[in-house]
Design a protein around this ligand. Structure first.
Ligand SMILES: *Cc1c(COP(=O)(O)O)cnc(C)c1O
Length: 455
C-alpha cells in the first residue's frame, strides 16, 4: 500500500468518480455481506472503504468520495488524525487491555480530567468511561436514579438515545429503532420538544422557548409529578431527530425547573459535543450547565469510547462496583481520546467548525432562494441541516431528500438523510475538510436539486 492510500492527510483531497457508485468490487462485497451479516444491519452508502482522511473517503473501486457525514459525527478531528494515530499506536505497543476495574492506568484518569475541565461549569466533577453512546446514556440514568432515589425519566419527541433496551424506550422513532423489539423499559415519559419550524409555521404564531418549556413542565406536573422524576434527558441539539435546535430559553427554563424540583438535568451531547457546533459543547450556546453530560461519537477520533461527566456529589452517589464494564475506558481508546482532545484544543477546530458552518449556510441559502422545498435551514457550526417540505407547506418531503442523496452518492458526495419524517439532510463534515471540497460537494447538490425539481 502506498503512503497515499493510508488515509490521513496524505490522501489526495479531490473527488474522483471512476466507476458507478457502488462499483463492481463494492457490489461483490455487498453480495458477500448479505450471506455473512444479518439483514438488520443496514448500510446507507455501500461503497467499501480502503482509506479515509481530510474530507475524502476512498473506496475499493478507486472512487474518492467527499465525506459530509464523518461516520455519523465521529471523525470530527478527521479520519486517521495524526495525533490520534500516534498515541493509539504507542499504546498498542505498550499494552492492549488490563481492565480499568482491575489494573487501572493513567490515561483513563487523564481523559476523565480533560472531560471534567472541558465540560460546562467549574464545579467539582467526575467522569466514568464506557464504550458507546447508548451505554453512556444508560449509565447517566443509573446515576441519576441512584442519586435521587426516584424512577421516572423524561425524554422528548424526536429524541435519539440509542438501541439498547433502556435507550430504545428513550428513543422516539418506532421504525426502524423500536418496532418489534418490545417490551420496553418502564418509567420513561415523553414530552413535547421545542421545534421552532413546526411550532411557528402558522401565520402570526411564535412559541417562545419559555412557552415551549411550559408545555413540558405542565406535562410533567400533570402526568408524572416533578417529585417522582429522577432525570430530564435531552439532546441540546437533536441529532437523528433532524438537527432540531430548540427555541432560545427552552433549555434554560428546563434546567431551572429541574433544579427547583430536585431533578438531575442530563444533556446528551453524544452527537453535538466536541467542537461540532463551534463550541466545545452545544450547551454552551444556551449558557446552561447540565448536572450530567453524556459524550461519545467525537470523543476519540473513531475509536469506541464514551463517558458520563457530572457533578461530583451526583456521580459519587453510586456505591463502589456499581459502574463500569469490561472494556470501559479501553487503553487504546483513551490514548486516541487524548490525541483527539489535543487536536480540538491545539488545531483551533471549534473556530474551523464555525467557518465551515458559514460556508455551508451560504450555499444552502442560495439553493433555498430558488427552491421553496427547502423549508428550513438550521443548525450550529458544522452541524447544519435542511428540512425538505412540499413547497409552501410543512408537509415532509422524504422523497426529495432521498432523491437528492442518491443523486449526490452517484457523483461521489456522501450526505446523510435523517429526521423523524426522513425529510432532513444533515451536513456534518470532518473539520479537516477543505473549503474547496465543501464547494465542490455543494455544486453537486445544487445541480441535483435543479435537475430533480426543474430550475
Ligand atoms: C448516536 C447517539 C447515541 C447512541 O450512541 P451509540 O454509540 O450508537 O450507542 C445516543 N445519543 C445521541 C444523541 C446520539 O446521537
Amino acid at each position: 500500500m502506498s503512503t497515499l492510500e493510508k488515509g490521513g492527510p496524505a490522501l489526495p483531497q479531490e473527488r474522483k468518480v471512476v466507476t458507478s457508485i457502488p462499483g463492481p468490487k463494492s457490489l461483490e462485497l455487498e453480495a458477500r455481506r448479505g450471506k455473512a451479516v444479518p439483514a438488520g444491519v443496514g448500510a446507507s452508502f455501500p461503497a467499501y472503504v480502503v482509506a479515509a482522511g481530510g474530507g475524502i473517503i476512498k473506496d475499493i473501486d478507486g472512487n474518492q468520495i467527499i465525506d459530509l457525514g464523518s461516520g455519523i459525527a465521529v471523525t470530527t478531528v478527521g479520519n486517521s488524525n495524526p495525533r490520534v494515530v500516534q498515541r493509539a499506536k504507542d499504546q498498542l505497543d505498550a499494552f492492549t487491555h488490563t481492565c480499568a476495574m482491575v489494573n487501572p492506568y493513567e490515561s483513563y484518569i487523564e481523559v476523565a480530567e480533560a472531560l471534567n475541565r472541558l465540560t460546562p461549569g467549574d464545579h467539582d466533577k467526575r467522569s466514568v468511561l464506557l464504550n458507546s453512546g447508548a451505554e453512556a446514556v444508560e449509565n447517566a440514568v443509573k446515576i441519576a436514579r441512584s442519586y435521587t432515589k426516584r424512577d421516572a425519566v423524561v425524554v422528548f419527541d424526536h429524541a435519539y438515545h440509542g438501541r439498547t433496551n433502556l435507550t430504545m424506550a428513550m428513543t422516539a422513532k418506532a421504525k426502524p429503532y423500536k418496532t418489534g423489539f418490545g417490551p420496553f423499559a418502564g418509567e420513561v415519559y415523553r414530552a413535547p420538544m421545542s421545534y421552532p419550524f413546526r411550532d411557528n409555521f402558522a401565520a402570526n404564531t411564535k412559541v417562545s422557548g419559555e412557552e415551549a418549556a411550559a408545555r413540558v413542565i405542565a406535562m410533567i406536573d400533570n402526568q408524572i409529578g416533578g417529585e417522582n422524576v429522577a432525570a430530564i434527558v435531552i439532546e441540546p441539539i437533536q441529532g437523528e431527530g433532524g438537527f432540531i435546535v430548540p427555541a432560545e430559553g427552552f433549555l434554560l427554563a428546563l434546567v431551572e425547573y429541574a433544579h427547583a424540583n430536585g431533578i438531575v438535568f442530563v444533556a446528551d451531547e453524544v452527537q453535538a459535543g466536541f467542537a461540532r457546533t463551534g463550541k466545545m459543547f452545544a450547551c454552551e450556546w444556551e449558557g446552561i450547565v447540565p448536572d450530567l453530560i453524556t459524550t461519545a461519537k467525537g470523543i476519540a477520533g473513531g475509536l469506541p469510547l464514551s463517558a458520563v461527566t457530572g457533578r461530583a456529589e451526583i456521580m459519587d452517589a453510586v456505591p463502589g462496583g456499581g459502574l463500569g464494564g469490561t472494556y470501559g475506558g479501553n487503553p487504546t481508546a483513551c490514548a486516541a481520546a487524548l490525541g483527539a482532545i489535543e487536536s480540538y484544543e491545539q488545531d483551533g477546530l471549534a473556530d474551523r467548525a464555525l467557518e465551515l458552518g458559514e460556508l455551508i449556510v451560504k450555499r444552502l441559502e442560495k439553493m433555498q432562494a430558488s427552491h421553496p422545498e427547502l423549508g428550513e435551514l438550521r443548525g450550529r457550526g458544522a452541524m447544519q441541516a435542511v428540512e425538505f417540505v412540499k413547497a409552501g407547506t410543512m408537509e415532509p418531503n422524504a422523497e426529495l431528500a432521498d432523491k437528492l442523496a442518491a443523486y449526490a452518492a452517484e457523483r461521489g458526495v456522501l450526505v446523510l438523510v435523517t429526521g423523524t419524517f426522513h425529510s432532513v439532510i444533515r451536513f456534518l463534515p470532518p473539520l479537516s475538510i477543505s473549503d474547496a471540497l465543501i464547494n465542490d460537494a455543494f455544486d453537486v447538490l445544487e445541480a441535483g436539486l435543479d435537475e430533480i425539481l426543474g430550475k
